[in-house]
Design a protein around this ligand. Sequence first.
Ligand code: ME8
Length: 511
Amino acid sequence: MASPDAFYITTPIYYVNDSPHIGHAYTTLACDALARFARLDGKRVHFLTGTDEHGQKVEKAAAAAGLAPQAFTDQVSERFRELARAMQVTNDDFIRTTEPRHKAAVQALWRRLAANGQIYLSSYAGWYSVRDEAFFAESELVDGKAPTGAPVEWVEEPSYFFRLSAWQEPLLRLYEEQPDFILPATRRNEVISFVKGGLTDLSISRTSFSWGIPVPDDPAHVMYVWLDALTNYMSAVGYPDETAPSYRTFWPASVHVIGKDILRFHAVYWPAFLLAAGLAPPERVFAHGWWTIEGEKMSKSLGNAIDPHELIRTYGLDQTRYFLLREIPFGNDGDFSRAAMINRMNRDLANDYGNLVQRVLSMIHKNCDARLPGPGALAEADRALLGAAADLLGRVRDAMATQAPSRALEAIFEVIAAANRYVDGQAPWALRKTDPARMATVLYVLAETIRRLALLTQAFMPEASARILDQLGVPPDARQLACCGEADALTPATPIAKPEGVFPRHVDAAA
Ligand code: ME8
């Protein structure tokens, strides 16, 4: 049992056959927002990402690059680390499947499965797609290709098998007893009908190449790359040492966030391996949707993959994070277009959020002696706005608990819109002469609303939110979500710095 206040979240470990692109950035950023939110909300968080470095696909990519596999994976893995750094991702660990700690874990899991009678030696004859690193039955092929469109090759070799067929009923029970094991619900239904259709035993070793973890006591075989890769989630917290504090605190994982392309591996094979080994399956697998680029599938041959570094350079990091997490409900497919990116950046961030902050802080700076004003008695409209900002924490927390960052951001931006309407309705600039005390109240209510908003946007837009909180004079130790309430409200007379815009507008160089 993991600790009740623990939150262990993982990204897939990415194949090092290629440089990271926007699809990888997306999953990692979503996990980062979820991890940051949980940390701000007082949880003990462990956030893991890393790279998947064995198997035929990587071996071939290394050969094509003219490098030995280890040298090649060292190089490409580093690009994924660099991207995480550039995106200010707050992962607590980065695992590589070529590390000794991981090899030891996979071999221990294998031995345990073998000891439980879950593995037998036979031979495999069938189709294999290197691109998917997956076996396919003849009946699954579509026009002679894998259902993903990847080419398949005929494989015939000795192989160890895992008794997957024995786990159909226990898996169905797991989906029943843990109804949120697979989210979103549509994905859950897909998996259930796949498992109900019957499971065949799974080939879990290969003999026709060598870039993998050797099977214990039979080094002619290397382990199937998915058995190897999935185990990363446990090796990173100390498995096979089940007494390790990190293992006891964090296993089973709270959520594995993945793309829908690898759902079967995570929602069928992985829990089956764990149940067969007598280990606890994760609490949840969340499969998000697929990005296309300007209406087209991202592909090597089209050369249209988007480099996340370029996005950050062109539009800014917080802007990129915001766009990816806001534009598409997590779970749905979406299209990346620069027009949509610029629209979100200019409309939501510059006009709505940025302008609210800039207007309010400038008015305070100019009209209140650069100090936070003290509020008088609150009117109905003041209470309504502060109330909406206070209710936000619950709404955002609910959304984040089901991995719905776009819903969380929508709720936050509803309050930003309400605050902008309030500014227009109260017209504090006009009160300056007619009723300065009322102006002070209105500006205080707005500043306090902005404080609550900025606390909540920290998980999504950490840099800009920190700058807003700095400008309001909120000390670093008062930025936990527990400080969202009235008890930690801004102190009148706190000096505020001269405000500087936090969300610039994007002006297209070509426009
Ligand atoms: O599958 N849209 O690694 P991988 C959204 N090594 N997300 C995308 C995407 C897109 N167009 N393209 C990629 C593997 N992704 C295995 C995983 S885990 C034990 C082993 C993201 O490098 C998405 O998260 O092919 C997808 O699941 C992942 O990258 C696949 O990364």
